[in-house]
Structures are given as structure tokens and as C-alpha cells.
Design a protein around this ligand. Structure first.
Ligand SMILES: [Fe+2]
Length: 272
């Protein structure tokens, strides 16, 4: 099982219309010449066009911010299962591959814009993993589990109301595949039996990161990502000047669109 083949190096595109088409077909695209966060937002609006519902700034990723926000999360308690939440406080190690906004369940954005404002001088290469391609590489029992068995997508301490399969079809008919390090079986009598399947998925995604292709984004380059299909992250770095902006977009085919700014440090769910 060559899971590394699910790693995706985004194809370079030159216009918002081409970006939309390539992201729909291939899961991600790369654009250049994006001067700042406002230009990134403008590109996103032009690309999503008539599908756009909401677009907004989300994260300014730097080493200093990873350390301060990581310290806040460090003080959050262990949950009832003994799980502890962590942000990627130590930037010298590779990030866990993830969909952005995974803590928010159905409200996670379906489109993601990662603008490399300043690359690290010492690493920080980017990676993308095509979750749909990876699901096709799994052994049959794991592939069946991923597609059919509801699991718990909550982050420790921030429960989500419902379990759902790792790979599901959304009401709009789009595939959505999820990965983050806290995935766990649904609580109940099958929990112990389901752990090996969940673990196999987590291990396959991390192996895809560690054995697959990576790429470097220079200043002004932006990855445009189908956040329902592709997991992202970066390898380790120490450069305090590295700066990457993360912008989240929701389209008319998103499962749910939040009506508030989402706070990843404190990802509480709205009162129903
Ligand atoms: Fe992210």
C-alpha cells in the first residue's frame, strides 16, 4: 500500500476561473502573485463567484502565535476519555494533517486559502493529502469502516452533537473526508472493536505525509484547497519570521455555514 501516492502537489493556475475548475477536479491548485491578505480574499471572492456564501480571515500562522495559543490550549482540561487537546505549539515537528475547522463539525469551511506571506528560511515545506485518493488505497476492511461507520469527530473537551463516517456524502452530493489527530470511535459497546480501524486511518494519513511529496510555497504563493477532500499541514521549521495566512470560505454546497467568527482556541459549539 503506497499511501504516499495520495500526497498532492497542487497544479499551478493563473486565474480565479481556472483555480475553481482545478480545485473541483483535483482538490487543490496553486496561484502566485498574491501580495497580501486582501488580495487573497479578492481572489477567493472572484473564484467562488456565484457559489460564495461567506469568506473570512481565520488564522495568522507564525511561530510566536503557535506558542501563545498553544499555551492557552495547554491549560484546557483532559476530557472524559482522557484525551488532551494540543495545538501545534512546537513548530519544529511536522503538523498533523488536518481539514481546517475540524473542531466545528458541519460548520467547517469547504474551501481554504493558504497564503504564504513569508516562507521559513529553514524548512516548513507544505504538504497536501488527497483524502479521497487515500481512501481508495486502504485495505478493504478499513475502507469499508471509513465509509460506513459513524465515528466521533470532536476535539477533546469540545463535543460535537453527532457522529458520522470519516468519509461521507454531503446533502449537496459532495464527498467529505475528514482527518485530525483526535478522531475516536463512537462511545458504546463497539468502541474497543472500532479502535483498530480508526487507528489504521490515522496511521495511513500520517504515513502519507511522511512518505509523500511535499512542496515549498514562496512569498505570494497561495494554495487553494477543497477542505472537504484534502488534508494540509507543514513540516517543521524554526524561523520566527515565517508567516502564513489561512482564509476560510463557504460555498452554497457547504453542509452548514456559521454566522459568527469561529475561534479555534475555544471552539465551543453554538447553543441549539
Ligand atoms: Fe490548518
Amino acid at each position: 500500500m503506497d499511501v504516499g501516492s495520495a500526497a498532492l502537489v497542487p497544479r499551478r493556475v493563473s486565474s480565479p476561473a481556472e483555480a475553481r475548475e482545478v480545485v473541483e477536479q483535483e482538490g487543490a491548485a496553486l496561484v502566485s502573485g498574491i501580495l497580501d491578505e486582501d488580495a487573497a480574499m479578492d481572489f477567493g471572492r472572484a473564484m467562488l463567484g456565484d457559489e460564495l456564501v461567506r469568506i473570512g480571515r481565520q488564522i495568522e500562522a507564525t511561530r510566536a502565535r503557535a506558542e501563545t495559543e498553544g499555551a492557552v490550549v495547554e491549560r484546557q482540561p483532559v476530557d472524559a476519555r482522557g484525551r488532551k487537546r494540543q495545538l501545534s505549539r512546537d513548530t519544529t515537528v511536522p503538523m498533523p494533517p488536518h481539514n481546517d475547522g475540524f473542531a466545528f463539525g458541519d460548520e467547517a469551511p469547504d474551501r481554504l486559502f493558504l497564503l504564504q506571506a513569508r516562507p521559513a528560511r529553514d524548512g516548513g515545506d507544505n504538504f497536501l493529502i488527497d483524502g479521497l485518493a487515500l481512501a481508495d488505497l486502504l485495505p478493504d476492511d478499513v475502507a469499508r469502516f471509513v465509509r460506513t461507520v459513524p465515528v466521533d469527530h470532536s476535539e477533546p473537551g469540545f463535543p460535537q452533537p453527532e457522529c458520522s463516517p470519516i468519509l461521507r456524502t454531503t446533502p449537496a452530493g459532495r464527498p467529505q473526508v475528514r482527518h485530525h489527530p483526535y478522531l475516536a470511535p463512537a462511545l458504546g459497546p463497539d468502541e474497543a472493536a472500532h479502535w483498530p480501524m480508526v487507528r489504521a486511518w490515522l496511521d495511513a494519513v500520517v504515513a502519507a505525509r511522511d512518505t509523500g511529496a511535499r512542496f515549498r510555497m514562496e512569498a505570494g504563493e497561495m494554495a487553494v484547497v477543497d477542505n472537504y477532500r484534502v488534508f494540509h499541514g507543514r513540516h517543521g521549521y524554526t524561523d520566527p519570521d515565517r508567516l502564513l495566512y489561512s482564509i476560510w470560505g463557504w460555498t452554497t454546497s457547504a453542509v452548514a455555514v456559521p454566522h459568527r467568527v469561529l475561534d479555534i482556541v475555544n471552539p465551543v459549539q453554538p447553543a441549539v
